[in-house]
Design a protein around this ligand. Sequence first.
Ligand code: SF4
Length: 375
Amino acid sequence: IFRENSELAKKLSEEIGKLAPKVAQKNGYDRIKIMNFCGSHEWTTTHYGLRALMPHEVELIPGPGCPVCVTPSSDIENVINLAMEGYRIYTFGDVFKLPTVNHYKKNEIGSLAEAKSLGADVRIVYSFADAIEDAKKDGKESIFFGVGFETTIPSYAVLFSRNKVPKNLMFYSSTKLTAPAAEYAVKLHKSSNHTPVSGVIGPGHVSTIIGAISWNFFPKEYHIPVVVSGFEPIDILTGVLIILKDLYNGNIKYTNLEYRRVAKLEGNIYAQKEISETFDVIDAIWRGIGVIPKSGMDLKEKYKEYNARLLISNNKPWDYDLPPGCKCNEVTLGLAYPTDCPLFMKACTPARPWGPCMVSMEGACAVWARFGSSQ
Ligand code: SF4
C-alpha cells in the first residue's frame, strides 16, 4: 500500500517538512512531540520507517498502547499460583510468555510457560470463545486470563451476557482502558523535565468502540490536537500533517476525518452497552507504573461466581514490578526509546524477552527489535 501510494507519501512528507519549522517557530517549540497510543501505530511507524521521513523538529513517540506490556506482574503471579493449585489456565500466546518480576530469580516460576513446563495445565487459545468450547469438553475447573483494551473487552462481555460461559470456567480480568492511561502519560510529560506532548495520534481500533469523541478531552483540557488515525503509513502521515496544521492555525481540536471509514464519532454503542452491563470500571495497576485511577475493568457483582480474582486472598499492594534494568515503564510512557535500555538486543531479545515490552508484537521494544528504530 505504501509503494502504491509512494507519490502521496512523498507529497505528505514534503508538506510535513515545510510546515514543521514554521510550527516550531510560531509556538516556540524545540521539538514537536507527537505520541501514539496504539501498538499497531508504533508497528506501522517503525516498519515503514516513518521516523526517517520526519523533519528534525518532529518526534514520533510510542505511548501505552500494548495491553500485554502493562499487565502487572502480580496478576501473572496470581494466575501462575492458581495454575499450580490445579486450575487449568487459558490465555493468549503472548501472555503465556510474559515474564513476571520473578523471572530472573532462582527457584521462582517466572511465567505461565514455566508453570506449564513444571506440569501445570496451561493452554493457549485465540479467543475467550475458544476457551469456552475447550472447557466444556471435560468440565475441569478452569480460568481464562483475560487481558486487552476496549477492542477486546466486548468479546468477553458478549459471552457473559449471552450466558455462554460454563460454570467450570472462571475469568481473571486484567483488562485496561486506554483513555485514562493516555491522559496519565500526557500529564507526566507536561509535569516532568521532558518536552510536553504537542499532538496525539488517537488509536483507531479503540476509537471504533469508545468513539472519536472520547478524545475530546485532549484539545479541551490540555490544548493538544488529536487525530484518530488508521494503520496504513498514509494514515499516520496524514495524521501528523493535520496535527501540524492545527498547531500552526491555532485550531486545536480532535479530528475524525482521517479514519472515518471505521471509527464513528459516538463509537459502537452496542459494544459499549455490552461492556457496561458486564464490567465495572476499577482502579488498575499498569506494569512498572503503578495504579492509574479508573483505568481497568473487573466483572460485575452479578458475575461474582465467575470472578477468579475473588480466589486471591492475599492481594498485595503494588510494588515496582519490572525485572532489574528493564525500562519498560519509561518506554510505555514515551519517556525513553527502546534503544535507551542497556539490555535492548543484548540480554533482552524477541527470542528471550527479559522485560514485558519485548514479548508482544504491540510492544515498542519487540517492534524496534524486528524493524529497527528508523530514526
Ligand atoms: Fe524492558 Fe527489554 Fe525493552 Fe529493555 S529492551 S525496556 S529489558 S523489554
